[in-house]
Design a protein around this ligand. Sequence first.
Ligand code: AMP
Ligand code: SF4
Length: 490
Amino acid sequence: MNKDQKHQSVSSPLTLHPSPLMMPDKFHEECAVFGVFGHEEAANLTYLGLYALQHRGQEASGIVSGDGDQFFVQKGMGLVADLYDKSVLAKLPGHMAIGHNRYSTAGGNDLKNVQPLIVNFALGNLALAHNGNLINAQVLRNELEAYGAIFQSTSDSEVIIHLIAHSRADSFLGRIVDALNRVRGAFSVVLLTDNGLIAARDPYGLRPLCLGRLRSSWVVASETCAFDLLDAEYVREVEPGELIVISDNGVDSHRPFPKKDPAMCVFEYVYFARPDSRIFGGDVVYTTRKALGMQLARESWVPADIVIPVPDSGVPAALGYAEGGGIPFETGLIRNHYVGRTFIEPEQSIRHFGVKVKLNAVSEVLRGKRVVVVDDSLVRGTTSRKIVKMIRQAGAKEVHMRISSPPIVSPCFYGIDTPTKKELIASDHTAEEIRKYITADSLAYLSIDGMLKAAPGRPDQYCSACFTERYPIPFTRAEELQLGLFEPTY
Ligand code: AMP
Ligand code: SF4
């Protein structure tokens, strides 16, 4: 790839918006949401749902249940498996509940930021679980603070709560619609009131949100893998721009937001969603990930003896590459699944210790071979560099790196954790420069068109802004300033 190729056009209606040159050290979240209505073990099911959605956020988790009069809350920092047990769940009675798993890169270790956020208004109790990032959160926050609002957290999502409180509408639903109509960016939200659940998805449908059924109860979740664990049946996705109210009257659908062209996050298919989930109304993610690998083989086949994945995220694409390219698939790298956040390195330093703790090369598989190694994405390039060296040290004759997505050239503002633009290696390096840096014999990315072709449905229904710099939601001047974006020069 050369620099010009980075700006190749895609068949998309999205317009070119100012290029974000830097990303401030800002609170930034990847999350999972879950909700259940009409089940006597609502909190228990929410716990299981959050368990299945752990990959979407590992720093904190919370569950709020309700019995129609009162809310019950449990929140904490850490993994779902460590935070809840029988005695904790016994303190969460009620026939409805919502839950949230959170991951954040900054301001993370503060319990105040842990969702669901809960408030008590004149109209009753309200709890909110939000997945996605709002691009006008800071602008709205400044405005609300100028009117005397006092924020408890640094979370984007609290803005929604304040907007609900400030709304003049006379029903809870009216106030929620008012609030969600003022925020811009990505939201897949689940709200709990004394009367039931409300689930809504922003008009672009940036983050996924699915509706399921468990006999006479209803469930909503970021991804369908949460339904599978409960034996719940997938009904459909909550559509972009749809708001559903789930109560004793069943499911009521509303379209309260201005219609927009959908811009669903293609990176959910590339990396983020679990491969066994169905999202965006498509087939299981695994199928798309494999198709990305097959397309990659079509675009950048190289003679080789074996194809190996970077486990776990690179596995389906590597299978696709191997099948499409007619090259045997092997497991040349083994992942240790029990690696925690920190580990103690011995005084006498060990080569590539950081990556070796997580991954180990199988020299019996790699020795003397021409190896194609497939990963889903290349962000800073540091992982690939270590992996290539590790494969070579295990005796490989050639190492060809294949990435089943295009170069990431710009940050995400809609809820996927990406580093600043200057930390994204592809933002200012050509593929050849990156190849040299990672010391591979060859490096190839998937093309933007190839990625969108492999994703289900119409190519123009996806956001691919981190690859194209075409942000589906134009930034206002105030948002550019608040997000630390440079002024446009055109
Ligand atoms: P890097 O060393 O920065 O190039 O990281 C590349 C690796 O990060 C790949 O193996 C990806 O699977 C993984 N990855 C991609 N996006 C993310 C993300 N948002 N959060 C955590 N890991 C990611
Ligand atoms: Fe997804 Fe990238 Fe768009 Fe963010 S910018 S929503 S990661 S495609």
